[in-house]
Design a protein around this ligand. Structure first.
Ligand code: XUL
Ligand code: CO
Length: 448
């Protein structure tokens, strides 16, 4: 990567060098074993395929607090009592981290960048100030913004929802925040703008008019789209599905639910879907399933890369380390033609017990290496294995004759009945699942 580290008035990660590729034999925890940014795979460099982003909230804002105890990490950029001065320090620490790690992109919520002011106007002023500084740092380092978003779920005013709040006054505050976050995203050249419906859902159906709330959400998103386009945003709007947590039920349950919602509200030309691995598992799906459903709907936009914990049902947001998962993910992404505006954002956090600044680096390095290996294996499978041809052959009976007539809508149900009578019992054809699964492993073993 061509970017050079931006270091402000002080260095926040002393002793940590710019992370280099050292190859699979290296034992250096601060080096890449698989992610070789300039290596060409399937016609593009790894950097171009994977489009890695670091998220601001987990990595620079959260300090490990949980419902049972306070934070465990004392970040040096959080010590100043003036919240705007502390936000400036955090920005310097973030850009030092991004550039030492060598990722091309970053992502933020409005309230990660700048604190909330005493009024809408003061919040806008502080955000604008931090956006100006972020713009300067983007210029000096070559960093780019993958997406921006608004945090319309933390402040107590949003306890009953943001765009789906039963109180119109709250909806106006959500609109003010989304407008300012869109302005910030456009000012920083963001490629996407994300809506994760943090508290867009309900806790109790008895006191909720779900139909009305969903109509409000559709209208609100349409207004955001129109405003974004009017100020020159030419990127992609994204909805990030999640079925629960914090709400008992969240409206954006999963990819298929969101696809239906986008089509119902006339949003499918401007919006795509941001799939988060741990949200997929919360919905009772695999990461690969959610990616495939989004891709098949023509709506796969971007990925929040993380993983859950199979032993509990929480949104643990752990860093991705499971190669099997990333192989499956990259098979879908590559088969879909690769990312366009989207990328792989590490919406992941180090554990509360991981308290060394170095842990932030090793966590991201592991995630980047796991996706880089996933990319190599998936590209090898698609280029050299019989997988795609085998799958195609399973459907060959629809490629000609009456099967093709069926697909083209030329037959009725009674015609199919007559064909069944004429052709008799179909020959049994094995789905060969074990052979297919072994094939995936063969390519995991053999890919260099
Ligand atoms: C929450 C989550 C968010 C969104 C952005 O589970 O994933 O961080 O990605 O609001
Ligand atoms: Co996310």
């Amino acid at each position: 990567m061509s970017a050079k580290p931006h270091i402000g008035t002080r260095e926040y990660f002393p002793g940590i060098p710019t992370i280099a590729y050292e190859g699979p034999e290296s034992d250096n925890p601060l080096a890449f074993k698989a992610y070789d940014a300039g290596r060409v795979v399937a016609g593009k460099t790894m950097e171009e395929h994977l489009r890695f982003a670091v998220c601001y909230w987990h990595t620079f804002c959260a300090d490990g607090g949980d419902p049972f105890g306070p934070g465990t990490r004392q970040y040096p950029w959080k010590v100043k009592s003036d919240p705007v001065a502390a936000a400036e320090d955090k920005l310097d620490a973030a850009f030092e981290f991004f550039t030492k790690l060598g990722v091309p992109f970053w992502c933020f919520h409005d309230r990660d960048l700048a604190p909330e002011g005493a009024s809408v106007a003061e919040s806008e002023k502080w955000l604008q100030h931090l956006v100006d500084l972020a713009g300067e740092r983007q210029k000096s380092t070559g960093m780019k913004l993958l997406w921006g978003t608004a945090n319309v779920f933390s402040h107590p005013r949003y306890m009953n929802g943001a765009s789906t709040n039963p109180d119109f006054n709250v909806v106006t505050h959500a609109a003010a925040q989304v407008k300012a976050a869109l302005d910030a995203t456009v000012a920083l050249g963001g490629r996407n703008y994300v809506f994760w419906g943090g508290r867009e859902g309900y806790a109790c159906l008895f006191n909720t008019d779900a139909k009305r709330e969903l109509e409000h959400m559709g209208r609100f998103l349409g207004m955001a789209r129109d405003y974004g386009r009017s100020i020159g945003f030419d990127g992609t709007f994204l909805i990030e599905p999640k079925p629960m947590e914090p709400m008992y039920h969240q409206y954006d349950v999963d990819a298929q639910t969101v696809a239906g919602f986008l089509r119902e509200h006339g949003l499918a030309d401007d919006f795509k879907i941001n799939i988060e691995a741990n949200h997929a598992t919360l919905a009772g799906h695999s990461f690969a399933h959610e990616l495939q459903m989004a891709a098949d709907a023509g709506l796969l936009g971007s990925i929040d890369a993380n993983r859950g914990n199979p032993q509990n049902g929480w949104d643990t947001d752990q860093f991705p380390t499971d190669l099997y998962d990333t192989v499956q993910a990259m098979l879908v992404v590559l088969s879909d033609g690769g990312f366009k505006n989207g990328g792989l954002n590490f919406d992941a956090k180090v554990r509360r017990e991981s308290t060394d600044p170095e842990d932030l680096f090793t966590a991201h390095i592991g995630g980047m290496d796991t996706f880089a290996r996933g990319l190599l294996v998936a590209a090898n499978i698609l280029e050299n294995s019989p997988l795609a041809e085998f799958r195609k052959q399973r459907y060959a009976s629809f490629d000609s004759g009456k099967g093709r007539d069926f697909e083209n809508g030329k037959l009725g149900l009674a015609d199919l009945r007559d064909l069944a009578q004429a052709n008799g019992e179909p020959e049994k054809r094995s789905g060969k699942q074990e052979w297919v699964e072994n094939l995936i492993n063969d390519y995991i073993f053999r890919t260099k």
